[in-house]
Design a protein around this ligand. Structure first.
Ligand code: CUA
Length: 332
């Protein structure tokens, strides 16, 4: 035996990914808890099997010179080759089945009565709509999911173009979003905080640049975000002191694709930009939300996100792009 720094480095690297905003092994929700538990039970089961196989291997070495009787060899094969794996694997599979969401006491069937958040995956971003009991849209956002803590939420998953997959590792398993189909995913966050979600199905050139943030808030904070007081957000967004930015935004036709509540910009093709200044990232989790990144993205989106549907606005005057970026960054 000798100390191997390389394998130690690999172990540390693997373990270092066990915590953080995007780890299935650092659960912050009921489903994620089950996934993490299943993982560790499977690791333990696999470890036990490995130890038994290694034990049998060492044990077999003793019979190099004095072969076993046929009867004894047969017994070992029946026990080690049939009985042991059948019992251990059946135990593990039964446990895995018992951990399935549908077997949990908190599983809400088809999800009637749960709060619904409709997610539409598009190349390469996420449209997020918060629905009321009647299915009316209360608020629309993009690339950020707000949800209340300790409440089961039904994510209604749709896709506009190709198959994507909606995954928040800290909160639970993934579910595909498929064009022409509606998939339901129930998640329940048990800890407030910021998490990261990703697209988990290859969907084109910018698949890796299709992430979103998840903010799990206390119930009241979530309600305040969902239904901003008339005096705060949308309306005042139109009256921000930086009106030159809004003018440039509208004059250059940005409002044909993007909506900003409380303004004339009501486009429904691209991401809704209401409250954009508070989003942590630009371009669906690609870059931190700074005016510098915003300017680069508006001028040359394809350089930041290959295959993005937003056209380049390199022809705008620098002053206009800067004004638009400052305006968007100021939206609360
Ligand atoms: Cu969307 Cu990968």
């Amino acid at each position: 035996y000798h100390f191997c720094p390389f394998s130690l480095a690999i172990c540390l690297l693997v373990l270092s990914s066990c915590s953080g905003v995007q780890s299935a092994l650092d659960p912050a929700g009921r489903e994620a808890d089950a996934v993490a538990t299943l993982f560790w039970v499977m690791v333990a089961g696999g470890g036990l099997i490995w130890l038994c196989v290694m034990g049998a291997f060492l044990f077999a070495g003793r019979f190099k010179t004095q072969p076993l009787t046929e009867r004894r060899a047969g017994g070992i094969i029946v026990f080690g080759g049939v009985a042991f794996p059948v019992v251990v694997l059946a135990g593990l599979i039964a446990y895995a089945g018992w951990l399935m969401p549908a077997m949990r006491p908190w599983f809400a069937g088809e999800g009637e009565g749960l709060r619904r958040i409709e997610i539409t995956a598009e190349q390469y971003w996420w449209r997020v709509r918060y629905l009321d009991d009647k299915g009316q849209v209360l608020r629309e956002s993009a690339n950020e999911v707000f949800m209340p803590v300790d409440e089961r939420v039904l994510f209604v998953l749709k896709a506009k173009d190709v198959i994507h997959s909606f995954w928040i590792p800290s909160l639970g398993g993934k579910m595909d979003a498929i064009p022409g189909r509606v998939n339901n995913l129930q998640l329940e966050a048990t800890k407030t905080g910021s998490y990261r979600g990703v697209c988990a199905e290859f969907c084109g050139t910018a698949h890796a640049l299709m992430a979103f943030t998840v903010e799990v808030l206390e119930k009241q904070a979530f309600e305040d975000w969902l239904r901003p007081k008339a005096s705060s957000t949308p309306v005042s967004a139109a009256q921000t002191p930086d009106a030159g930015g809004l003018d440039a935004f509208l004059k250059n036709g940005c409002g044909a694709c993007h909506a900003i509540d409380g303004t004339q910009a009501q486009g429904a093709i691209g991401p809704n930009l209401t409250g954009f200044g508070t989003r942590p990232t630009v371009a669906a989790g690609t870059l931190p939300n700074t005016t510098g990144h915003l300017i680069r993205f508006i001028k040359t989106p394809d350089l930041i996100k290959p295959g993005v549907n937003m056209p380049s606005y390199n022809m705008l005057l620098q002053a206009e792009v800067e004004a638009i970026s400052l305006y968007l960054k100021g939206l609360k």
